[in-house]
Design a protein around this ligand. Structure first.
Ligand SMILES: [Zn+2]
Length: 245
């Protein structure tokens, strides 16, 4: 709580965003209590309600509306991932590199065991480095790696490690933020604090760069949904790089 108070005092813009998000969430909750169903449904946890809540970023000072599921905390990309995982038809153990909101109960409902690996303790089952995974080759049916590689210096080794740990026929689901208007990825010498510690800006070459020599394709979950489904599920950031072994 002290951290939140300090952040609010130090940064009026964060305070304004946070206050707007809290007020909006309260209004939506009242509308739900009054019986307004709205038109949103979380494909991760099954929550239905008036609308997703605002996401307030403490790092880069913006408020993204219709973003967070109030039950499981999923963002648009996590809901897109849920749709993709059902499409892939996961049948074996799943590894997630860093935790993903709502993923554990989502997979449990489908009888799938999830293991979370992270570089630091917290919600991880195993502490480890994505560039040297502590697993035998062929362990996982699916490995999920969303918004991690932009923080990893040797990102190409990380993808090869993920590929090694996959069972034959398994899939790696990778997503990085990228600038489609930038032809080539730009490396930084230091993590950029204004970009939440990113080590590079990926450009339009990100897929070739990360998966050279591997069998992979870009999948846009949104293109397989109707506009009504995109609105219903609050889908955003729906492009994934899917690597098949
Ligand atoms: Zn949810």
């Amino acid at each position: 709580m002290n951290g939140l108070v300090t952040r609010i005092i130090k940064n009026p813009k964060y305070a304004a965003n946070k206050a707007a998000a809290v007020i909006e969430a309260a209004v939506f909750r009242v509308r739900e209590l009054l019986g307004a169903r709205g038109g949103t449904e979380c494909p991760v946890c099954g929550w239905r309600g008036f609308d997703f809540r605002s996401f307030t970023s403490p790092g880069v000072m913006y408020r993204r509306r219709r973003a967070v599921c109030p039950r499981c905390g999923s963002l648009g990309r996590h809901r897109a991932l849920a749709v993709l995982l059902d499409k892939l038809g996961v049948s074996g153990p799943v590894l997630s590199i860093s935790p993903i909101p709502g993923l554990h109960p989502f997979l449990e409902k489908r009888g799938i065991r999830l293991t979370v690996l992270d570089i630091s303790p917290g919600r991880a089952d195993i502490i480890g480095d994505v560039t040297a995974l502590p697993f035998a080759s062929g362990t996982w049916s699916v490995v999920i790696c969303l918004h991690v590689l932009e923080h990893v210096r040797d990102d190409e080794t990380a993808v090869r490690e993920i590929h090694r740990s996959l069972a034959v026929g398994g899939h790696a689901v990778v997503q990085v933020p990228y600038d489609p208007d930038l032809a080539e990825t730009v490396e930084y010498t230091e993590p950029d604090p204004l970009e939440e510690g990113h080590l590079r800006t990926y450009g339009a070459d990100y897929a070739e760069r990360l998966t050279a020599g591997l069998s992979s394709e870009k999948t846009d979950v949104q293109s397989n949904l109707t506009p009504e489904e995109v609105r219903l599920y609050g889908i955003r950031d729906a492009e994934f790089l899917v690597v098949e072994k």
